[in-house]
Structures are given as structure tokens and as C-alpha cells.
Ligand binder design. Structure first.
Ligand SMILES: [Zn+2]
Length: 136
């Protein structure tokens, strides 16, 4: 029996710098060079002023849980060994919101408002996922 493959992100021209940074254990977000708006997920244009002068800045990797859910049934067979797991919306201190798993943590320990810190989960040769752990 063939093991199910975990669905992985497919980097694009726009998102490649994000995935390259993650492989180096860095979390990066976009910032507009014109109006300084920060944004996530990566886009080709600034969502505020439509400039295409977008730069990448390093996040300190600290944030707060905005909301979360606990998946008790795997969304696909490849995740069957991971349940229950936490899917969270995290407000980074730099002002953007992103989705990630909170790992290495009992789900019942997670709260809205919990402080979290980024960590990096290598899932293939090409893809390392920015994930989060509870900050202690
Ligand atoms: Zn802008």
C-alpha cells in the first residue's frame, strides 16, 4: 500500500522568496516600499496603494493567536497520524495575520490570545513550513 502524500504548497514566482526564506528558518513578509504597508499572503502588488515596489522583511516570528480550531478528523489520509492538530490564525507582531499549525502542544493548551513563536517544519526537500509553538 502506498502511503498518502501530504499536499504541499506549490511555490510560484511571487511566493518563491517566502519559501526560500523558510528553508533558511526565516519568516518573511512583504512590505510596500512606497507606503510601508505590510501584507500577508505574498502578492504582486501592494493591497493599499497598488504599487509593485514590494520588498521582503524579516519577521521576528512572534505573534498572538487570533483564533484557532482543533482538527480531530484528518483533512486527508496523509494527516491521519497527526490528529488532533491545531490550525490557527496568528497575528504577527509586525501586523499581518497568517494561518499555520501550532505544533508540539496539546490542543487544549491553546487559547485565543496565546503568545506563539515561529518554528520550522521541513516536510520535503523543497518545502519547509513556518509553524508555531506556544511561547513559554
Ligand atoms: Zn503601498
Amino acid at each position: 500500500m502506498e502511503l498518502a502524500q501530504r499536499p504541499l504548497p506549490q511555490p510560484t514566482r511571487i511566493t518563491q522568496p517566502y519559501w526560500d526564506a523558510a528553508k533558511e528558518s526565516r519568516l518573511v513578509i512583504q512590505q510596500c516600499a512606497c507606503c510601508k504597508t505590510r501584507q500577508f499572503y505574498p502578492r504582486e502588488f501592494c493591497t493599499t496603494c497598488l504599487s509593485d515596489s514590494i520588498e521582503w522583511i524579516d519577521s521576528a516570528g512572534l505573534g498572538t493567536v487570533y483564533t484557532y480550531t482543533v482538527n480531530r478528523r484528518p483533512s486527508n489520509a496523509a494527516l491521519s497520524g497527526k490528529v488532533p492538530y491545531v490550525v490557527a490564525m496568528i497575528d504577527l507582531d509586525e501586523g499581518v495575520r497568517m494561518m499555520a499549525n501550532i505544533i508540539d502542544t496539546p490542543p487544549e493548551a491553546v487559547r485565543i490570545g496565546s503568545r506563539v513563536r515561529v518554528c520550522f517544519e521541513q516536510v520535503s526537500d523543497e518545502i519547509t513550513l513556518p509553524q508555531f509553538r506556544l511561547e513559554v
